[in-house]
Design a protein around this ligand. Sequence first.
Ligand code: ADP
Length: 235
Amino acid sequence: MKLIKISSVSKYFNGQLALSDFSLQIENRERIVIFGPSGCGKTTVLRLLAGLIAPDSGSISINDEVVAANGRIIKEPDERNLGMVFQDLAIWPHLTVKGNINFGLKAKGIPKIEREQRLREILKLVRLTDYAEKKPAELSGGQQQRVALARALALHPIALLMDEPLSSLDLELNIRLRKEILRLQEAAGFTLLYVTHDRDEALAIATRVVIMKEGRIEQITDVLNAGQYFEKAVK
Ligand code: ADP
């Protein structure tokens, strides 16, 4: 069974085609990178999958359940159980690390004993146990990224959607956090959909790469072929 099926999805904004006939099937534990230049439709794919916008045509299924089809959202974002980490992180500045993670768990109605258990597990996983009582402003950029990751992962999402999560960071931190994301993905075993316009980042993260151009899929390929594709594109 495929975890996620996106079938012939198209999306228009103000009469302009942003995404054309996009199809992708994702297996459990894959790391899919959606790659392409700015404006090619990458974020639109994530927003459609998250349920923030509806496809104009085509359909989206998660765990064999249709969540959106032909202009209609069938399952709302909060019913899809997808985790999201976007570039601006959107962690609460007035809450501690623990408070930030707890917020989503409480909103989901998870009982206190289980919340505490999940908090302990996730803080250990992202190596922030000693920072649980700190506010985001007291943390480094990399630690703040890990808070955003922990907050998403604590909800045990079906898949994690990441939109250019590292693009505002310097190269050294960017490379360090790529490794951290890979380590977490192996340890926690989540399925990852990751958007970037950076070739090195794409090759470092992906098991499969979706190469996009002007709202269309150019190729869906493994990392080796994607590397060769990028080399040719440079020449
Ligand atoms: P990418 O993530 O690859 O940079 P996007 O998916 O954000 O690209 O955008 C694809 C196209 O759709 C772009 O031309 C963009 O301007 C347009 N677009 C995206 N969202 C909206 C919106 N809410 N309203 C109008 N146009 C949009």
